[in-house]
Design a protein around this ligand. Structure first.
Ligand code: AMP
Length: 459
C-alpha cells in the first residue's frame, strides 16, 4: 500500500508552493520597507525554551508539542533511561521563542543599540486535532522587533500587517482587527487574582481543565473551547479595569497611532492570545465569514519579559505571525485567490529525433539568456508538442526540422498572432549569447522572446 503524507500535513503542490513563495516575497518586500531583515533559526529547539517562554499551562506546550529525539536517545528512553535536558528537543510550535533565543545568544541588541528588526518564514508544528484550517505542520511568516518598548513599534507592526493583507488581496471589509492590552507585571497579577477568584466562584459551571488552569494561569481559561466555560468567561473581570497608568497610557498611544493611520480596530478586552509571554498590546486579525472556528489569520503582541525569561538582559519586544494556509482559505472564501501566472516564454519543438541535439543546445542558450523555455523529453509527435506548448501558454514556438536545419534555419511561430518566420539559427544564438553571457555572469535584464523574431538574418 502506498504511504501517504502524515495526518495533519499537506503537500504544497506547485501552484500552492508558487503562491507560498509569492506570499513570503510580498510580506518580506513590505516588511523590509519598515527596516526588517531576514533571520533563519532551527526548526527544533531545546524543549525547555518553549516550556519557559510559551508557558507550561498553554495548550501549545502542554498538549501540542512534537518531541524530536535522536535514534540513540530514543533507544535510551525505551530502555527506561533518562536523557540530558539539552537533548530534549521539540519541533518549533511558533517562531518567537527561537528568534528571541537567537537575539540573546548572539547579543543582537547590545546596550544602547537600535532595535533588532527581524522577519522569518517557514513551517511550525503543533500536534492539534486536524481540521479545515488547522494542521499539524503549517507555514507562517512573522516579524520580531526587539529593543524598543515605544508604542510606535506596536502600531508600526499592526500597520505593516494590515498593509500586507491588503497587498495580497484580502478585502479589508472581510476582516476585523481585534486589539487589547494585557497589562504588565505591575498590574496583571491583580487582574489574574481577580479572574481566579471569579472562576472559583463559578467552578461548578467550568471544566476540570479550566479549574486546573485556574491554579497555574487562570487567563488560559479565556482560550477554552468548552461552551459552558466560554459563557462563564464572558462575565469575567475585564483587564481594562485593572491596567496601571503606564499600561493605560501605552495602550492609548498605540490606538492613537492606529487612528492616525486610518486603521480600524475593535477593542476586545477578552483577547488574551494562547501564549503566556505576552505583555501589554495584543492583537489578532480574523476573517469575518466563511472560515468557521479557525478564523484567525494572524496575530501577535508585545513580550517585554521574554528575553529575560530566556536568560538575556531586559529587552522589550513585539512580534506577530500570520498563517499561510489559513490565508489561502480566506482568499478562496473572498473569491480573490489569484491564479498563479504561468511563466513559460517559449517551446522548442522537434520535427524528428535528428534535430534534438540542436534543440537541446538552443534551449540551454535561451535559458542562460533568462528565458523560460521548454522542449519535449518524451519523443512525442509534433502535434503533441504543439498541444503541450499551448498548455504551457507560451508566446513563441520554434520548430526545428531537418530540412530547415540543413540551411541553418528554424521556423518561429508567434502563438498569439500565428505569424511565422524563418530565422537564422546562428543569428538567434548570437543574440542569446549576448544576453546569456551577462546572465550567467550574474544578471542583466533578460532578452525578450520576441527579439528572436527580429534576429539578424530573419526572412
Ligand atoms: P498563533 O501563534 O497561534 O496566533 O498563530 C498565528 C497564525 O498562524 C494564526 O493566526 C493562524 O493563521 C496560523 N496558525 C496557527 N495554528 C495553526 C494551525 N494549527 N494550522 C494552520 N494555521 C495555524
Amino acid at each position: 500500500m502506498a504511504i501517504n503524507s502524515p495526518e495533519g500535513t499537506r503537500d504544497l503542490l506547485p501552484d500552492e508552493a508558487k503562491f507560498w513563495a509569492h506570499f513570503r516575497d510580498t510580506a518580506f518586500g513590505i516588511f523590509a520597507r519598515y527596516g526588517y531583515q531576514p533571520i533563519e533559526t532551527p526548526l527544533f529547539e531545546q524543549t525547555d525554551l518553549f516550556v519557559r517562554g510559551i508557558g507550561q499551562a498553554t495548550d501549545v506546550v502542554s498538549k501540542e508539542m512534537f518531541t524530536a529525539i535522536s535514534g540513540e536517545n530514543f533507544k535510551r528512553v525505551m530502555e527506561g533511561g533518562t536523557i540530558k535536558a539539552k537533548s530534549r528537543l521539540s519541533l518549533r510550535p511558533e517562531g518567537t521563542a527561537g528568534v528571541v533565543r537567537a537575539v540573546v545568544q548572539h547579543d543582537l541588541v547590545p546596550q544602547g543599540a537600535a532595535p533588532a528588526k527581524l522577519m522569518y518564514a517557514g513551517p511550525m508544528f503543533r500536534a492539534e486535532r486536524p481540521q479545515k484550517g488547522r494542521q499539524r505542520m503549517f507555514n507562517q511568516v512573522g516579524i520580531e522587533c526587539l529593543g524598543a518598548e515605544d508604542p510606535s513599534v506596536d502600531a508600526e507592526g499592526i500597520i505593516m500587517l494590515m498593509r500586507f493583507y491588503a497587498a495580497i488581496g484580502v478585502p479589508m471589509d472581510a476582516t476585523r482587527l481585534l486589539v487589547n492590552s494585557m497589562g504588565c507585571e505591575q498590574c496583571r497579577p491583580k487582574y489574574r487574582e481577580a479572574v481566579r477568584e471569579y472562576m472559583n466562584a463559578h467552578a461548578e459551571h467550568m471544566c476540570e481543565e479550566c479549574m486546573r488552569r485556574a491554579e497555574i494561569n487562570p487567563l488560559r481559561a479565556f482560550d477554552c473551547k468548552n461552551p459552558g466555560c466560554a459563557e462563564v468567561m464572558e462575565g469575567a473581570p475585564k483587564i481594562s479595569d485593572y491596567l496601571c497608568d503606564d499600561c493605560r497610557e501605552h495602550y492609548q498611544a498605540v490606538k492613537t497611532y492606529l487612528d492616525g493611520a486610518g486603521i480600524s480596530y475593535i477593542e476586545d478586552p477578552t483577547l488574551v492570545r494562547g501564549l503566556d509571554y505576552y505583555t501589554r498590546t495584543v492583537f489578532e486579525v480574523q476573517v469575518v465569514e466563511g472560515m468557521g472556528s479557525q478564523s484567525a489569520i494572524g496575530g501577535g503582541g508585545r513580550y517585554d519579559k521574554l528575553a529575560e525569561i530566556e536568560g538575556g538582559r531586559p529587552t522589550p519586544g513585539l512580534g506577530f505571525a500570520l498563517g499561510f494556509e489559513r490565508m489561502v482559505l480566506a482568499l478562496e472564501a473572498a473569491g480573490t485567490l489569484a491564479d498563479s501566472p504561468k511563466r513559460v516564454d517559449g517551446y522548442i519543438a522537434c520535427v524528428d529525433p535528428s534535430v534534438r541535439a540542436t534543440a537541446f543546445d538552443l534551449v540551454c542558450a535561451a535559458r542562460d539568456a533568462g528565458l523560460s523555455v521548454e522542449m519535449d523529453h518524451q519523443g512525442k509527435s509534433l502535434k503533441s508538442q504543439f498541444k503541450m506548448a499551448d498548455k504551457l501558454g507560451v508566446r513563441v514556438v520554434i520548430v526545428l526540422g531537418p530540412d530547415e536545419l540543413a540551411q541553418g534555419k528554424a521556423r518561429v511561430r508567434n502563438m498569439t498572432t500565428h505569424a511565422e518566420r524563418l530565422v537564422d539559427i546562428a543569428a538567434a544564438k548570437r543574440l542569446l549569447a549576448q544576453f546569456g553571457g551577462n546572465l550567467v555572469g550574474g544578471g542583466a535584464a533578460p532578452v525578450s522572446i520576441d527579439a528572436l523574431f527580429d534576429a539578424e538574418g530573419a526572412e
